[in-house]
Design a protein around this ligand. Structure first.
Ligand SMILES: [Fe+2]
Length: 276
């Protein structure tokens, strides 16, 4: 094959890659992923506007967009030997965000847990969940500096029942930061984005997921919550994500390679270079 033909076929291949990349960027999950990256890396000034855009995108996201395996709703899936009551599907993780899907067996719950100085977004993909949440009354800055166990007072928020038609549930460092999520009337799956992720640095320690129990009622909707060991009935396994590949939209490397190949072909056709 002549150099001309070799270069021409390379251009075709790379053009196909660019077209594939464009298609990937139109995929809902990549729109959400790229907006999450923009939202959680932006300045405080533009954060709320970007967060609202992310929420609108997540509201439109369905199980189909993530190519969620429909068998997770079947009894056979949950009746496999040694099957965990919770399954996690990891989509993406870096120092900025964690993106994944939690699948809960019928009647199972994620125990009451916190998200230290984190934001979280939950979109139900299939089934129905009940979210019980609390807003921490103390300043989280001082709360996590104390020696364990963590004891705090928190304001109970109204329970939320959510299904695939519901809007995203949002938690923030000072609002609805502690929650328990339970599947209702069958298995349920929800799309979850957290920022920053657990196990990232927080002051002089790592951001941990702490579990709690209600130990007293302080007044009206205010409760004392005390840190406990992770409940033994709660454990999870993982299955592979089968949806579209997660891609950054600002990756120009393929495009630059196409341009460079076009330049080479142009040189050959314009006689500036000898073909072999
Ligand atoms: Fe959570």
């Amino acid at each position: 094959m002549s150099l001309k033909h070799k270069l021409a076929s390379k251009v075709v291949l790379l053009t196909q890659k660019v077209l594939l990349k464009e298609t990937q960027m139109k995929e809902q999950v990549n729109k959400v992923f790229n907006q999450a990256q923009k939202t959680f890396s932006c300045t405080e000034k533009s954060f709320e506007k970007k967060l609202q855009k992310l929420i609108r995108l997540m509201n439109k996201t369905t199980a189909k967009d993530l190519n969620l395996n429909e068998s997770i709703m079947d009894n056979e899936f949950w009746e496999q030997p040694n099957k965990a009551p919770v399954t996690y599907i990891s989509l993406y993780e870096d120092d900025l965000i964690t993106m994944g899907v939690f699948v809960l067996k019928d009647g199972m719950k994620l125990p009451l847990h916190d998200h230290p100085e984190m934001h979280g977004l939950i979109k139900v993909l299939t089934g129905k969940i009940k979210v019980k949440s609390f807003s921490i009354e103390e300043d989280p800055e001082f709360l996590y500096c104390k020696p364990p166990p963590i004891v705090l007072t928190a304001q109970k928020q109204p329970d939320i029942l959510a299904d695939s038609t519901s809007d995203v549930c949002v938690l923030r460092p000072k609002s609805k930061n502690i929650h328990e999520i339970e599947s209702v009337d069958g298995p349920a799956a929800f799309f979850d984005i957290l920022s920053p992720p657990y196990e990232t640095p927080m002051r002089d320690t790592l951001r941990r997921c702490n579990y709690f129990e209600i130990t007293a009622k302080v007044h009206r909707d205010s409760y004392k919550l005390t840190e406990i060991e992770p409940p033994v009935w709660f454990w999870n396994d993982c299955i592979k994500y089968l949806g579209p590949a997660i891609k950054f939209e600002h990756d120009f490397s393929v495009f630059q390679r196409v341009l460079s190949q076009f330049r080479n072909v142009w040189k050959i056709f314009s006689g500036r270079c000898q073909s072999s």
